[in-house]
Design a protein around this ligand. Structure first.
Ligand code: HEC
Length: 146
């Protein structure tokens, strides 16, 4: 029993370390790694379209793009403007509404892509991949350094 209390005490001591808030460089690493995965997924979709892959099999990828972009703006809290090697422009924080809108546009475009995958509409899917790509570029133009 006594040993249990000691173990519990150690846990309490460790708790503040375990729950320490993420540092700016952690946020930056997460958002960059996620964008790399997203770029890989998006590139895979373009190749799949050219290869005339059955679009129904591309549903998880389309869903993934939408799900990731839904959480992406939460990875830009105040205090993560600098640190690491972030390429995010100050406009992310000075024009937050615009940034959130750019993310929402991508979510909508990817959601539509998912719907077309579900419907098995190959032609409309191919056209929608281009719309998604434009949504990437639109955000980068205003919110990401070259
Ligand atoms: C809402 C805005 C927004 C959208 C939409 C967006 N990005 Fe980004 N992206 C950013 C920002 C901001 C960064 C820089 C993040 C940082 O360095 O902290 C970035 C970084 C990247 C990077 C570089 C990651 C690294 O390792 O430094 C890639 C690749 C990328 N985005 C690809 C994409 C692709 C592909 C899409 C569309 C499928 C997309 N992005 C959509 C804002 C966006």
């Amino acid at each position: 029993m006594k040993r249990l209390f000691v173990a519990f005490g150690l846990l309490l001591l460790a708790a503040p370390v375990l729950t320490a808030p993420a540092q700016a460089q952690d946020y930056i690493a997460i958002r960059q790694a996620g964008q790399d995965l997203m770029a890989g997924t998006f590139g895979g979709l373009r190749i799949a379209v050219t290869a005339k892959t059955d679009v129904k099999t591309l549903l998880p990828a389309a869903n993934g793009l939408a799900a990731w972009m839904r959480v992406y703006p939460t990875l830009f809290p105040k205090g993560t403007e600098t640190g690491g090697n972030t390429k995010a422009l100050p406009a992310v924080w000075s024009d937050r509404a615009g940034f959130d809108k750019a993310a929402a546009n991508l979510v909508d475009a990817a959601q539509k892509l998912a719907d077309l995958a579900k419907a098995g509409d190959t032609e409309a899917f191919a056209a929608q991949v281009k719309v998604v790509g434009e949504a990437c570029g639109a955000c980068h133009k205003d919110y990401r350094a070259k």
